[in-house]
Design a protein around this ligand. Structure first.
Ligand code: PMP
Ligand code: GLU
Length: 396
């Protein structure tokens, strides 16, 4: 069989692959601590699951409109725009099978052959693949390490060409946990508007935020709509609501682009699973229960962030890390142990898995082979044991 050029450069998701391998080794009897997966270790709040079960019992098991249940689109618009100057207009929202599909819809509908898409680096592993699948060219742009890799308009200006059509970034960032301030994001959005570049702001970790002021991390919709230019903002239920397996994500943009993405999705998957949409609607609209559940999870993520930083300071002083302001990862350098045999993060992470039984994701997946990423969405005990075990390979 021969394969299409569409997938000539396609590689499977490294974040998913590490986690799958860890589960396989554990199932085969190996003592593995899986710090690869980027998913909350909490169960979905019971009352959210109950709403979906009730929906199924009530026979709500048929297709929905491609862009999602109208009431869910409206609730997602409300969720994403609350306190902002953007309209809470459900027509601007498309509900998809995870924010992953939302991002892919946006890339496919906005970019094509001849286009370049700037990608804040280190990046979530799927962005370059999505851009490549749209037959456009991904252009990673790294901010300086001293600024936790956050981009400035100067960084972007240096990388842009007349072919630059888009810019993708995540804030809070996967993998670094760095978060743009409203001013920093505003400067980037303004640069993008002047360059006629569409900004895709992936804000799936917006509620996993440790900033002093509390609440959500600043997002692109907090900006002044007149200065921001073309925007697509993605979010979803996976992280803040512990609903990874339900597969519900949202995009918020203009009504025109939303209708194009909806048309695209109508041919690809049609709609996010109907019971999952019912669950998402319950999660977004039972505000007080949701606030309680999210606060409990956030407290755990905050505690683990402090724990992992203390453990690194004590056991892994040779592995400097980015102190995360959001999300649930620690992104740290492993190049201090490079030698003749260990020449990149892939080598180091393979050895950590083999000798210490700890699964972490090599930085190659995020565009920098000097780093690795561990998830802190695991129990305190697993995090502590994982770091201690990693120290046996990565040294003190
Ligand atoms: N963006 C980032 C940065 C992520 O880490 C994830 C997690 N997989 C997603 C998007 C997609 O999330 P989901 O498809 O589960 O909504
Ligand atoms: N977002 C998570 C991660 O980065 C889940 C896996 C994925 O979809 O990439 O690990």
């Amino acid at each position: 069989m021969t394969y299409s050029d569409n997938i000539a450069k396609l590689r499977p998701s490294a974040t998913v692959a590490v986690s799958t391998l860890a589960k396989k080794l554990a199932a085969a009897g190996r003592d593995i601590i899986n710090l690869g997966a980027g998913e909350p270790d909490f169960d979905t709040p019971e009352w959210i699951s109950a709403a979906a079960i009730q929906g199924i019992r009530d026979g709500r098991t048929r297709y929905t409109p491609a862009a999602g249940l109208p009431e869910l689109r409206a609730a997602a618009a409300e969720y994403m725009t609350a306190g902002t100057a953007y309209p809470a207009d459900g027509a601007r929202v498309v509900v998809s099978a995870g924010a992953k599909q939302s991002l892919y819809n946006a890339c496919f509908c906005l970019f094509g052959p001849g286009d370049e898409v700037l990608i804040g680096s280190p990046y979530w592993t799927s962005y370059p693949e999505m851009v490549t699948l749209a037959r456009a060219e991904p252009v990673p742009v790294a901010g300086s390490e001293s600024r936790d890799f956050l981009l400035t308009p100067d960084d972007l200006e240096a990388a842009a060409t007349p072919r630059s059509k888009g810019l993708i970034l995540s804030t809070p960032s996967n993998p670094t946990g760095a978060v743009y301030s409203r001013e920093e994001l505003g400067a980037i959005a303004e640069w993008a508007r002047e360059r006629d570049v569409t900004l895709i702001s992936d804000e799936i970790y917006q509620e996993i935020y440790f900033g002093d002021e509390g609440g959500k991390a600043p997002g692109a919709l907090d900006l002044d709509p007149d200065s921001a230019g073309h925007l697509v903002v993605t979010n979803g239920m996976s992280k803040a609501y512990a609903m990874t397996g339900w597969r519900v994500g949202f995009s918020y943009t203009t009504a025109e682009l939303a209708s194009k993405m909806s048309a695209f999705q109508s041919h690809v998957s049609l709609n996010a699973a109907t019971p999952s949409q019912i669950a998402a609607l319950e999660g977004l609209t039972r505000s007080e229960d949701a606030a309680r559940a999210k606060a409990r999870m956030l407290e755990a993520f905050r505690r683990r962030r402090g724990l992992v930083a203390r453990l690194f300071d004590e056991f892994l002083p040779g592995c400097p890390y980015v102190m995360p302001t959001g999300a649930f990862y620690l992104y740290f350098r492993v190049d201090g142990v490079f030698d003749d045999e260990l020449t990149c993060a892939n080598d180091v992470c393979a050895r950590v898995l083999e000798e210490a039984g700890v699964a972490i994701v090599p930085g190659e997946a995020f565009g920098d082979a000097r780093f690795a990423r561990m998830s802190t969405a695991s129990s305190d005990e697993e995090i502590e044991a994982g770091v201690r075990r990693m120290a046996t390979v990565l040294g003190g």
